[in-house]
Each structure stands twice: as structure tokens, then as C-alpha cells.
Design a protein. Structure first.
Length: 368
């Protein structure tokens, strides 16, 4: 009860501060809203479209990149990188904004929530072909953006779900200062992908003898970093896919942000429900709760989880490595292959043995 009261009080304070800031900015003439689009996803008959409505800031107005082609990035100083990154967190949300959504055969209106987020599921009058589709999001004042939506091929039988921090990119999430430096001061083009990870994901997502497989990136990083992470994915040639992040701040689910168990577990369950034909390969790291979350999902859906791979982080304690190894052995014995690994080649070799990727891709993964 006390926790609920604290969360409600924090939400009320946040709403009052937000209203005051909105009023102050409008008085100063900085009142023009903009939409930051997120990558959507869905089936041939139903898609999910999202974004966020904020007051425009030049430093935070970069459009989503990488779909279908990424524009060339420019070199910036660390001061400029820091300024642009901080600007992403200092945007002022516009609650309740009405947005028109138009796509193939669809025209409707949706309303942003109290934090400016847009999230709607659209039933399509006619089936869309698999692949990428453009949906327009437009505010009443005419400001508009294009949200790209990935329609999963109904013939696909495998999907990839991957964490981001310390799974595809080295961030040091569990080591505070290193994480802050990587997030705030390091240009996207200098952020280091884990060796072979991009080639591994391409091999999993682009089989030689079947339809493209969807890739979903699931992370407890904040939505403020959506464009930056999407730029990294595109620049480093990872397969494009929805970035499913979280909101940092008080909400009905908690004082700071939704927990990793609720966020990642809930998203994977939703993917399984939305795509009943897909078996999922889950990839995470040992730094946080990915092993426990994915092991729980493997026990819950042994016929749908095809494999679980956990990267051992560089600074993992021996006791944590032992925990993860024991958990992997337990889940494997129960019928779902789960492997703790040190590099991408180990994942690729094991996945090739399971028939999840073509063995011909092993050389490229090793070279990466």
C-alpha cells in the first residue's frame, strides 16, 4: 500500500511539473510539437504502430534511421554527442495529443497517453504483403512523420528475440560509470559491436532456403535512445527490426521503470500470441536477469522456444557464471537447448547443429 501511494504521488508530481514546463515553453514560443516514430510490427492482418509526441528541440529531432536505408552519419565532437544525448532526455512530452494514422487501407485517429506515447493496434481491411510498410503519423497542426512497420512473413517459422546492452553492443550496463560514458559520450559510429554478432544475426534472420525471419530487440533501455540504437543497428549491419524499450519514470508499474521480468517476459509472451507459427530463439547476457527470464519462458513454452543463448559478460563473477551454467544445464535437460557462451561463433556453431542457420555462415561469423 505504501509503495502504491509513493508511486501515485510521484506520478502526480511529474504531471504538475510537466504541465508547468509546457506552459513555460509555450509562453516562450517553444510550443511546436513533433512526433518521434518508433518501428512498428505485426502480421499481414494486424499491425502495431507507435511513437511519441514531444515539443520540438533541434538537438533531439533526428528522424528514425535505417529503414530501409540509413543516411550517412556525420562526425561530431564528444561535446556535441553529449549535448545531443542529453537533449533526448530533456524533451517535453505532450500528453493527450491527437494523431491521425494513415496506412495501406487505414485512416484513424489515436491519442497519446500521459507521457506522450502512441501505441495502437490496427486491424487491416486487406492483408498486407510481408516486408516493410510506411504509415504516416500526423498532428492536427500538420506536422507529420513516417513510421516504418515490419510485417512478418506468415511462412516464417523462426523469430529472433535479442537483448541490446552487452548482447549486441558493449555498454557495461552493470558497471555504472562505464555505461554512462558509453551512452553519453561515445558517438554511435565508435560504439563497439560484439565480434561476429551482426554476421550471426544476419545468418539467423536471412536463411538461404526460406523467407526472412523477424528480429525483435528487447531492452530495458529508455525510449529516449530509440533513434541512437536504431542508428547503431543500421550502421553495424544488424538485421532491422522493432526496438521494444521502456519508459523511465513513475508509472502504474513502478516508481522508476517497469522491471526486466515484466517487460521482457511480457513482450515475448505477446510475440508468441501474435505469431503462433513462430518458434523463438532468445539471446541475452549474464549481466542482468536474462538467464532467469529466458529460462522461465523456456519452461512455460517448451514447444515454442527453440533455443536460448546467454553471453557471459566480460566482468561476470565466477559465482554468476556458475549460476548461469547450472541454469542452462537444467533447462537443456528439460528439453529446450540453453547455452552460456563467450562469443558469437559458439552460438553460430550450436545453432547450425540445431538447423537454425546455414553452416556456410560460420566463416563469416568467425571473421566478424
Amino acid at each position: 500500500m505504501l509503495r502504491k501511494l509513493v508511486v501515485r504521488a510521484a506520478m502526480a508530481v511529474e504531471s504538475v511539473v510537466q504541465a508547468a514546463v509546457l506552459l513555460a515553453l509555450r509562453v516562450r514560443g517553444r510550443h511546436l510539437p513533433m512526433i518521434v516514430p518508433f518501428i512498428g510490427h505485426g502480421t499481414t492482418r494486424r499491425v502495431r504502430v507507435g511513437g511519441r509526441v514531444v515539443l520540438g528541440r533541434p538537438d533531439a529531432a533526428a528522424p528514425a534511421v535505417g529503414v530501409p536505408e540509413a543516411p550517412a552519419t556525420t562526425t561530431r565532437s564528444r561535446r556535441a554527442v553529449l549535448r545531443a544525448t542529453i537533449a533526448r532526455f530533456l524533451t517535453v512530452e505532450v500528453p493527450g495529443a491527437v494523431v491521425a494514422v494513415q496506412g495501406p487501407g487505414v485512416l484513424t485517429q489515436i491519442r497519446a497517453d500521459r507521457d506522450g506515447y502512441l501505441d495502437t493496434v490496427l486491424d487491416l481491411p486487406e492483408p498486407l504483403p510481408p516486408g516493410w510498410h510506411a504509415f504516416e503519423l500526423r498532428l492536427r497542426d500538420g506536422a507529420a512523420v513516417t513510421a516504418q512497420v515490419m510485417v512478418v512473413d506468415p511462412a516464417a517459422r523462426i523469430g529472433l528475440v535479442s537483448d541490446v546492452d552487452d548482447t549486441i553492443v558493449e555498454t557495461g550496463l552493470t558497471r555504472g560509470i562505464e555505461f554512462v560514458r558509453a551512452t553519453l559520450l561515445t558517438p554511435v559510429r565508435e560504439r563497439t559491436p560484439l565480434p561476429g554478432a551482426a554476421a550471426l544475426y544476419r545468418a539467423l534472420a536471412e536463411p538461404a532456403d526460406g523467407p526472412p525471419r523477424p528480429v525483435f530487440y528487447v531492452s530495458t533501455s529508455p525510449w529516449n535512445l530509440h533513434e541512437m540504437l536504431l542508428e547503431f543497428i543500421s550502421l553495424r549491419r544488424f538485421p532491422l527490426g522493432p526496438l521494444l524499450l521502456t519508459d523511465w519514470g513513475p508509472s502504474r508499474s513502478g516508481l522508476f521503470r517497469i522491471g526486466a521480468q515484466e517487460h521482457k517476459g511480457g513482450l515475448v509472451r505477446r510475440m508468441l500470441a501474435e505469431h503462433p507459427q513462430l518458434g523463438l530463439v532468445l539471446v541475452g547476457d549474464s549481466g542482468q536477469l536474462d538467464p532467469e527470464i529466458y529460462a522461465g519462458l523456456a519452461r512455460e513454452y517448451p514447444d515454442r522456444i527453440r533455443a536460448v543463448y546467454i553471453r557471459r559478460t566480460r566482468h561476470a563473477l565466477p559465482s554468476r557464471i556458475a549460476e548461469v551454467d547450472a541454469l542452462a544445464a537444467e533447462v537443456t535437460a528439460a528439453g529446450v537447448p540453453m547455452l552460456a557462451v563467450d562469443d558469437s561463433l559458439q552460438i553460430a556453431t550450436h545453432a547450425a547443429q540445431l538447423g537454425l542457420l546455414d553452416a556456410a555462415a560460420l566463416d563469416e561469423v568467425q571473421a566478424g
